[in-house]
Design a protein around this ligand. Structure first.
Ligand code: NAD
Ligand code: TDX
Length: 329
């Protein structure tokens, strides 16, 4: 199995999960080690996977890797909305050209592909409504990041239909868990508290996200690889929706701080209001259920992970906050 982006947050957790629960699978990781990738995310499986540092836009490397595997699980992407608003170009390159390069190799060698995507391709939902995204919701991306992911999904669908590529797709909402980069919402606030800084809430903090533990997302990917129907899209989501304000207050409470100890900063331009996935298809067709039903407990464990692994996040904290200072957030 070739795992692109296997040194990033979700990809590394996927590789660890795969080595632990599917030891018969031989894993090759292809990752460019951008600012978001970290070889040490794979320390737990050192010696058990093959690591290749390379760019998914490099057709020679991709060709060699795809030729040597049966299945490709494609996580590699530029993944942070704020970065895409500041400079969209790496998003166009890695997310669109990179996915095109993977698709051409998969087509050439007739390999099975699973493409990892996001619910952000659907745009957003009204606040305080019961609406949900489904597999049939029309695409309506808001940010350069989500537009580039929507483009990559469209390429995968076209390659399935026109060339018979054996691909499935999944679109998950926000993930949390260990090894998530400190630029993202939950790790940023937790490491702010750990470094004596105040959490930063965009705007009024009313925006709502659906939070899924990274291991639940990865279990869904394994179910789709095992029994998913070719050409199909599966939405992944825990059903646990929370406003950003609620999350910041919960982090502060769990870390023993006053719950109003945060700053309000400028809002993100084009900020999506609410995400919520209807994952009925994944649940009924493939029997998936989230194991991390208790968000509070999952968040507490994630906070503990960041407390115990300062060596992992500390070297990236100041450069990340310097980027936010440029953005005024
Ligand atoms: P991440 O930024 O933590 O990791 C991305 C990885 O891809 C890094 O290791 C990076 O080095 C690698 N990469 C980037 N560009 C590359 C290139 N051109 N060639 C090779 N490697 C490259 O991202 P993540 O949060 O783990 O997200 C993984 C995937 O899941 C992405 O496709 C993202 O769109 C999707 N997704 C993320 C979330 C979330 O909440 N984080 C939710 C739904 C979907
Ligand atoms: O400091 C912050 N303060 C804040 O209020 C940060 C970094 C974020 N926010 C808000 C913005 C969002 O409403 O928190 C929410 C979550 O922000 P992000 O962690 O940047 O995630 P989001 O933009 O929702 O996108 C995430 O989920 C879908 C991932 O980063 C994407 O890769 C995934 O596709």
């Amino acid at each position: 199995m070739l795992v692109t982006g296997g040194a990033g947050f979700i990809g590394a957790n996927f590789v660890i999960h795969t080595v632990e629960r599917h030891p018969e699978t031989e894993v090759i990781v292809l990752d460019a080690l951008t600012y978001a990738g970290n070889r040490r995310n794979l320390d737990a499986v050192a010696g058990q996977v093959t690591f290749i540092q390379g760019d998914i836009c490099d057709s020679e490397i991709v060709d060699r890797c795809v030729r040597d595997c049966d299945t490709v699980v494609h996580f590699a992407a530029e993944s942070h909305v704020d970065n895409s608003l500041h400079d969209p170009s790496p998003f166009i390159r890695s997310n669109i050209i990179g996915t095109f390069t993977i698709l051409e190799a998969v087509r050439r060698y007739e390999r099975r592909l699973h493409h990892i995507s996001t619910d952000e391709v659907f745009g957003d939902l009204p606040l305080d409504s019961a609406d949900q995204f489904t597999e049939e919701t029309p695409y309506d991306p808001s940010s350069p990041y989500s537009a580039s992911k929507a483009s990559s999904d469209m390429l995968v669908r076209a390659w399935v239909r026109s060339y018979g590529v054996l691909a499935t797709l999944s679109n998950c909402a926000n993930n949390y868990g260990p090894y998530q980069h400190v630029e993202k919402f939950i790790p940023r606030q937790v490491t702010n508290v750990l470094t004596g800084a105040r959490p930063k809430l965009y705007g009024a903090g009313v925006n709502v996200r659906e939070w899924t533990h990274v291991d639940d997302h990865n279990e869904a990917v394994h179910r789709i690889l095992a029994d998913g129907r070719i050409g199909q899209t599966y939405l992944v989501g825990s059903g646990d929706e929370r406003s950003n304000k609620e999350i910041v207050e919960l982090i502060l409470e769990l870390m023993g701080c006053p719950v109003d100890g945060y700053d309000r900063v400028d809002d993100r331009p084009g900020h999506d209001l609410r995400y919520s996935n209807d994952s009925t298809k994944l649940r009924t067709e493939l029997g998936w259920r989230p194991r991390y039903g208790d968000f509070r407990a999952g968040l507490a464990a994630t906070i503990e992970w960041y407390r115990d692994n300062e060596w992992w996040w500390k070297p990236r904290k100041s450069e990340t906050e310097a980027k936010y200072q440029v953005l005024g957030r």
